[in-house]
Design a protein around this ligand. Structure first.
Ligand code: FAD
Ligand code: NAD
Length: 473
């Protein structure tokens, strides 16, 4: 075994939480290593999550648009054919470009990239089993940051093979378009990946246990609107429906479901079943037990407000601990955890973390939902503005069914939440996040000039609607 190397910080996991923490630590002058077992940096997000799914969402949208939407724009096209192999290659190109980019950033910032599985062997000791099968190596660290992320929650009774019974990892890599796809779980993964395969020609049925789609955190009115839009696009929904199990036969899969309301059962046929019922923290092989670090009943590593476990120099960030499982949330925590190490203080504003669902149109939100505000008992105003009254959305003939909705404090006009369904909602929400970071009122936004003709005028007019009246509706 080689001699133990001493680092100020060793980060375990090279996803958005881990790689950002490692770069930040190196920038702060700390001697830093990042241990990653995947063989590539970027974690779930870059390799099998955010990036490949968005590549497929973008390109399947273009395909769908050419098939169904360009004729009335004055564009006649000939034979349109799907080349799935090429679509997957385009996806792989985006992924490999970005993961290599992080490797380059590690070099530029002087982060030691250690390829292997890291196990916490002692309070200051990480044993690494190298990816290439060589001798185990020991790293010594003054501080350890755990950023080992999450994995798909399995569905008991349906064994994942990533070919016919798949998680999102299989859903970004299918080699042919299934005729019938059943999606278990109408959360973000179900709707994004369901959209991709629906656009490419699958008959997609989403089975959701709750009475609304969108997963936790989506405003109820937005969830209803989104469901209506996706239904028009051809997706089918079975809400309030429990999946009881499935029969996997050689040429067909039967998914047995039961209505949560009246107990009526039926079977839905599928060629491919996507299990998208949430993700769970990943700590296998991490060696938490060697140092007595605890996880809660959902497997999340328990930490305090400074991201410390009960061993204060071992900190935890990202999907493997509390909070929204989002890449940008993990990144913010990566920065804050390093600042705690270096300076003794750090900060993440959990009240202003945006969520984006990359369907078409996109859904995006920040702050509280209307149902959450209602539950607090606080008096509030709603200001909303439809894209059907926005000049740019009309000019672009681009999905005018969505809207911008502001929820403000009735007394102070301070913004409590913003919810958008519309083209480019994911970019537009950044303005709302900034407004909330600065404690803006809806009047601040309503009196700010927005360029004409842009979609963001709908944002301004929704703000105007919250404190006064919009002009164009
Ligand atoms: P991860 O990205 O999971 O990274 C953890 C890394 O640690 C992994 O690479 C793993 O190999 C490594 N690791 C684990 N254990 C060890 C060990 N013992 N030793 C060494 N290495 C180890 N979020 C968004 O914000 N926007 C999106 O559009 C989005 N789309 C998504 C789409 C899909 C299909 C999925 C599945 C997720 C998506 N997410 C999205 C969620 C996002 O991917 C996660 O929130 C994010 O990756 C969490 O980052 P992390 O650093 O905490 O963990
Ligand atoms: P999710 O929590 O968003 O949704 C899971 C859905 O499955 C919920 O609506 C839940 O009610 C339902 N469900 C649970 N058990 C069920 C059952 N037995 N039968 C039927 N329905 C059931 O989880 P997800 O969609 O799997 O996504 C996992 C995580 O990845 C999320 O935290 C999400 O934030 C993240 N992610 C984010 C993005 C993005 O930001 N665009 C994209 C993909 C994934």
């Amino acid at each position: 075994e080689s001699e133990a190397e001493e680092h100020d910080v060793v980060v375990i996991g090279g996803g958005p939480g881990g790689y950002v923490a490692a770069i930040k630590a190196a920038q702060e002058g700390l001697k830093t290593a990042c241990v990653e077992k995947r063989g590539a940096l970027g974690g779930t997000c870059l390799n099998v999550g955010c990036i490949p799914s968005k590549s497929l969402l973008n390109n399947s949208h273009i395909y769908h648009q050419i098939l169904h939407d360009v004729k009335n724009r004055g564009i006649d096209v000939g034979d349109v054919k799907l080349n799935l192999t090429q679509m997957m290659k385009a996806k792989e190109q985006s992924v490999s470009g970005l993961t290599k980019g992080i490797e380059f950033l590690f070099k530029r910032n002087g982060v030691d990239y250690v390829k292997g599985t890291g196990t916490i062997a002692g309070e200051h000791e990480i044993r690494v089993s190298p990816l290439d099968g060589g001798e185990p190596q020991t790293l010594r660290a003054k501080n350890i940051i755990i950023a080992t992320g999450s994995e798909a929650t399995p569905f008991t009774g349906l064994e994942i093979d990533e070919k016919r019974i798949i998680t999102s990892t299989g859903a970004i890599a299918l080699t042919e378009v299934p005729e019938k796809m059943v999606v278990i779980g109408g959360g973000i993964i179900g709707l994004e990946m369901g959209s991709v395969w629906s656009r490419l020609g699958s008959e997609v049925t989403v089975v959701e246990y709750l009475g609304a789609i969108g997963g936790p955190g989506m405003d109820a009115e937005m969830a209803k609107t989104m469901q209506r839009i996706l239904q028009k696009q051809g997706m089918k929904f079975k809400l309030n429906t429990k999946v009881m199990g499935g029969d996997v036969e050689s040429d067909n899969i039967k998914i047995n479901v039961e209505s949560a309301k009246d107990g009526k059962s039926e079977a839905i046929d599928a060629d491919v079943v996507l299990v998208a019922i949430g993700r769970r923290p990943y700590t296998a092989g991490l060696g938490l037990e060697n140092v007595g670090i605890e996880v809660d009943e959902r497997g999340r590593i328990v930490i305090d407000q400074e991201y410390r476990t009960k061993i204060p120099h071992i900190r935890v960030i990202g999907d493997v601990t509390f909070g929204a499982m989002l890449a940008h949330k993990a990144e913010e925590e990566g920065i804050a955890a390093v600042e705690y190490i270096k300076k003794g203080y750090g900060h993440v504003n959990y009240g202003a973390i945006p969520s984006v669902m990359y369907t078409h149109p996109e859904a995006a939100w920040v702050g509280q939902t209307e149902q959450e505000v209602k539950a607090t008992g606080k008096a509030y105003n709603i200001g909303s503005f439809p894209f059907s009254a926005n000049s740019r959305a009309k000019t672009n003939l681009d999905n005018t069914e969505g809207m911008v909705k502001f929820i403000t404090d009735k007394e102070t006009d301070r913004i409590l939440g913003i919810h958008i369904i519309g083209p480019n909602a994911g970019e537009m929400i950044a303005e709302g996040v900034l407004a909330m970071e600065y404690g803006a009122s809806s009047e601040d936004i309503g009196r700010t000039s927005h360029a004409h003709p842009t979609l963001s005028e709908a944002f301004k007019e929704a703000a105007m609607a919250a404190f006064s009246k919009p002009i164009h509706a």
